[in-house]
Design a protein around this ligand. Structure first.
Ligand SMILES: Cc1cc2nc3c(=O)[nH]c(=O)nc-3n(C[C@H](O)[C@H](O)[C@H](O)COP(=O)(O)OP(=O)(O)OC[C@H]3O[C@@H](n4cnc5c(N)ncnc54)[C@H](O)[C@@H]3O)c2cc1C
Length: 427
């Protein structure tokens, strides 16, 4: 069969999740010729349903905020429940240090990702679904496009620059064997959608519930997420350690679906989850699971490419940070690339490298803050701070700001919080 002639774009984006769609949309807004290749056909299921207020300025900049306001449930805060000690607290985003964005959204990701992908197309991105990128074209050291398989077969697409937004497939990082697991975060998530989960009235109706459960006061915490959707469904997931799975698996009834039985065992192990789910019904036939998801990637930047979103690493979902890092990182990367394309200077060299390394440092700074927070939570001290009675206003504001995703700032509170998190881990 004759190979079709190569096409040429300024930028090719691999993947149409939040990272890819936001990056492509922003580039197109700034006049760049972009092709986005997505292997699935949307809408498709995806994890990652609770957003953070810190991403809202990006979603506003690419023009989707009015659609999100009309379509999804507003999330004004986060509630934490501690089973063992019967403690609870609620953090409302307008109590953050910055406090200018008082809400985010709870989003079934099939619908949310579709809104973002369609928006990218409206802004002029050439969006192609059902296209799988199979590898990078290289000219010497530099990436100069991608090979892909589309509905009509193999294709070669040349580009000045490639954005890897392939999610946890992490196309470039896996090809370079450049991923590494994050110490002590080898958790498993077991999840399903429910209907009939009771909700409070008013603004707290859209809160995410984080329910912490463990064998004893000193045991490592396991936890549930409960994320309410506008249509009455609730996403429920248990995040547990590998040891917990091993121990429970040995006690399961062999005739039952194992994942669903493990999910039921987690609910049975948590008083608060049991109470919140009493009267609710699982609407999926079976629970699903995903394991060992936290990893770092060595480089987010190379000659002719960047990795955004999960393609550049993933942190345990305790603080719902994945889509936020993808959205904010993607927009910032697009701004760097658009500037250089406008100046016709995207051809490698020291200046390009320095601009992209500065972007990488900014993004890693935010991500490492969340990693510290997650580790300090599992180690215990951050959990104690979250549940502390009569918290000092400054501590409450700092926790709320972290939960809102305000990690790309050099504000004093954030520098102070990072130091405290490091101290917590050194105890
Ligand atoms: C248990 C769990 C719970 C989570 N909960 C939350 C939460 O509450 N809030 C939150 O913000 N985040 C959460 N996350 C994280 C969230 O799912 C991700 O961080 C987020 O989806 C990252 O977006 P992305 O665009 O980088 O990747 P993705 O959303 O994964 O998108 C990548 C896209 O690339 C496509 N693709 C992959 N390979 C190719 C290829 N070769 N060619 C073409 N297309 C390709 C895929 O089909 C996919 O559509 C959770 C994650 C887990 C594991």
């Amino acid at each position: 069969m004759k190979t079709p002639p190569a096409e040429r774009f300024d930028v090719v984006v691999v993947g149409g999740g939040p990272g890819g769609s936001v990056c492509a949309a922003r580039l197109a807004q700034r006049g760049v010729r972009v092709l986005l290749l997505e292997k699935e056909r949307f809408p498709r299921f995806h994890l990652g349903e609770s957003l953070l207020p810190g991403s809202m300025h990006v979603l506003e900049a690419i023009g989707v905020l009015p659609t999100l306001e009309a379509t999804f449930l507003q999330k004004y805060g986060a509630r934490f429940h501690d089973d063992v000690r019967g403690r609870r607290d609620r953090f409302q985003f307008d109590g953050a240090w910055r406090g200018d964005r008082d809400h985010a959204f709870e989003v079934p990701r099939d619908a949310f990702d579709h809104v973002l992908l369609k928006n990218a197309a409206i802004l002029g991105v050439d969006v192609r679904e059902g296209w799988t990128v199979t590898g990078a074209i290289r000219e010497g050291e530099r990436v100069a496009g991608v090979f892909a398989t589309g509905p009509e077969g193999e294709a070669r697409i040349d580009a000045q620059f490639v954005v890897d937004a392939s999610g946890r497939d992490a196309l470039f990082a896996h090809a370079a064997r450049a991923t590494e697991k994050i110490v002590d975060l080898d958790q498993t998530a077991i999840f399903a959608h429910f209907e009939g989960v009771a909700r409070p009235e008013g603004k707290p109706a859209g809160d995410i519930d984080i329910v912490i459960f463990r064998e004893s006061r000193d045991a490592r915490p396991n936890w549930f997420w409960m994320i309410p959707f506008k249509d009455g469904r609730t996403s429920v997931g248990a995040v547990v350690s590998r040891a917990w799975i091993r121990e429970r698996r040995a006690r399961l009834d062999a005739s039952a679906d194992e994942t669903t039985a493990l999910f039921a065992a987690a609910v049975a192990a948590s008083k608060s989850a049991g109470e919140l789910l009493s009267g609710a019904r699982m609407i999926w036939p079976k629970a699903r699971a995903t394991a060992d998801f936290s990893y770092r990637v060595r480089d987010l930047v190379g000659e002719g490419w960047v990795a955004v979103g999960d393609a550049g690493g993933f942190i345990d979902p305790l603080f719902s940070t994945g889509a936020h890092l993808a959205i904010c990182g993607a927009k910032a990367a697009a701004d760097v690339l658009a500037e250089r394309i406008a100046a016709s200077s995207l051809r490698g060299g020291a200046e390009e490298h320095a601009a992209l390394r500065a972007w990488e440092a900014m993004l890693r700074g935010g991500a490492e803050t969340f990693i510290l927070a997650v580790q300090a939570f599992y180690a215990g001290p951050l959990m104690e701070a979250i549940f502390a009675e009569n918290k000092h206003t400054a501590l409450r504001r700092s926790i709320t700001s972290l939960l809102a995703g305000d990690v790309f700032t050099d504000a004093v509170w954030l520098r102070d919080t990072r130091l405290r998190l490091v101290e917590m881990l050194a105890r």
